[in-house]
Design a protein around this ligand. Structure first.
Ligand code: ADP
Ligand code: MG
Length: 373
């Protein structure tokens, strides 16, 4: 019996995929502490509810905002709380595959692995975000073919060309879902002196947000605070006003995709034209985003099914198939290569596995920790 898990340590949402069960945890990346004692008071949904309305004695933190680990010890504690919740006191310690935001440093990766180990992980692995996203989107990433995958999360948009289980070229920009919210907030402030919170901005984006003009334009009643008077204020917002500010931002993402295409080796370009661009992540759900990117790059573009969960599912698929890795052999090899405990190595694609011609997960670039004994 194993209860291996895959974790998408997203900047907005953390999801956990359990072997054989699917997504078992799906809550915001938020944690709340008692300021005096430092004790964790709440995490996930409960902590998010406290944001902005917490008493002075409680500190509410989004430790992974903007695609980096801005508060490491809070991230670590959040991970521990989640693992405790999903693994509990099970007799079997799980193997854990983690997908960290693409901008996390080596030191932070190491510390995330430490935290996962300390929380009861048997063996802990890391997987590259675009690889996990592609796996979760149902792309056969082990072919020689090139696939272009764009993951638009809350803090960052990660663009990568993937072939044979690894990314050939990639880039990360910080225009993503949260940028859309901020742009909406700023526009309302400039045009109407209307102040709104993050949640309202997000609602506007999801309800009438978009980046292409349409015929049946919707409107939405938006309430907030007049910044001059401090009194409550309500306006009627037109769809086109949102498009005016979101279109340029999506065009910046399209531009970055074009830059990646320019850097892509020619042998993969034809594949990408044939396979199209795959979008994942919550940000890709913005109305018209796929169409605008398609129009600008000239390459057919589609949002993957279940875009929000692709990374978590991909991470889960990787851990489910971890035994396809020629474990023992690699383990010995890894061990021989370095006597240092803290080291990461690439899953190796050795000849024996090539011969087996399995849907070989050892071609994925995973980082494996050398276990202690
Ligand atoms: P991360 O990987 O950073 O945790 P996610 O992939 O979960 O991020 O995406 C979060 C972003 O997606 C947020 O900015 C959120 O507002 C946005 N989002 C979620 N659902 C929608 C939707 N239906 N329309 C537009 N944006 C959405
Ligand atoms: Mg993500």
């Amino acid at each position: 019996m194993s209860n291996d898990i895959g974790i998408d340590l997203g900047t907005t949402t953390i999801m956990v995929y359990k072997k054989g069960k699917g997504i078992v945890y799906n809550e915001p990346s938020v944690i709340a502490f008692d300021k005096k004692t430092g004790e964790v008071i709440a995490f996930g949904n409960k902590a998010k509810e406290m944001l902005g309305r917490n008493p002075n004695t409680i500190e509410v933190i989004k430790p992974l905002e903007n695609g980096v680990i801005s508060n490491f010890s809070a991230t670590e504690q959040l991970l521990r709380c989640i693992l405790k919740k999903v693994v509990g006191n099970s007799l079997f310690s799980p193997n854990i595959m983690i997908c960290v935001p693409s901008r996390v440093t080596e030191v932070e990766k190491n510390a995330v692995m430490d935290a996962a180990e300390a929380s009861g992980g048997k063996r802990v692995y890391l997987i590259e975000e675009p690889v996990a996203a592609a796996l979760g989107a149902g792309i056969n990433i082990f072919q020689k073919q090139g696939h272009l995958i764009v993951d638009i999360g809350g803090g960052t948009t990660d663009i990568a060309v993937i072939s044979e289980g690894t990314s050939i070229v990639k880039s990360s920009i910080n225009i993503a879902g949260n940028t859309f919210d901020d742009a909406i907030k700023n526009m309302l402030f400039r045009r109407f002196k209307l102040q709104i919170g993050d949640t309202t901005a997000q609602k506007i984006k999801e309800k009438i947000g978009g980046c292409i003009s349409i015929e049946d334009e919707e409107t939405m009643v938006v309430s907030g605070k007049n910044s001059d008077t401090g009194f409550p204020m309500t306006i009627l917002l037109d769809y086109i006003e949102v498009v005016d500010i979101l279109e340029p931002l999506v065009l910046k993402i399209a531009n970055e995709i074009k830059i990646i295409l320019e850097k892509t080796p020619p042998e993969f370009l034809e594949d990408i034209e044939n396979n199209g661009i795959t979008l994942t992540g919550g940000g890709s759900l913005l109305y018209g985003l796929d169409k605008l990117i398609e129009k600008n790059t000239g390459i057919s573009t589609h949002v993957a099914e279940g875009a929000l969960a692709c990374v978590a599912i991909g991470t889960g698929k990787a851990i489910e198939n971890i035994h396809d890795i020629n474990f023992k052999e690699n383990a010995t090899r890894y061990f021989d290569m370095s006597s240092m405990r803290k080291n990461y190595f690439r899953g190796n694609n050795n000849e024996q596995n090539k011969k087996k011609n399995i849907w070989s997960f050892n071609e994925i670039i995973c980082w494996k920790r050398i276990w202690r004994n």
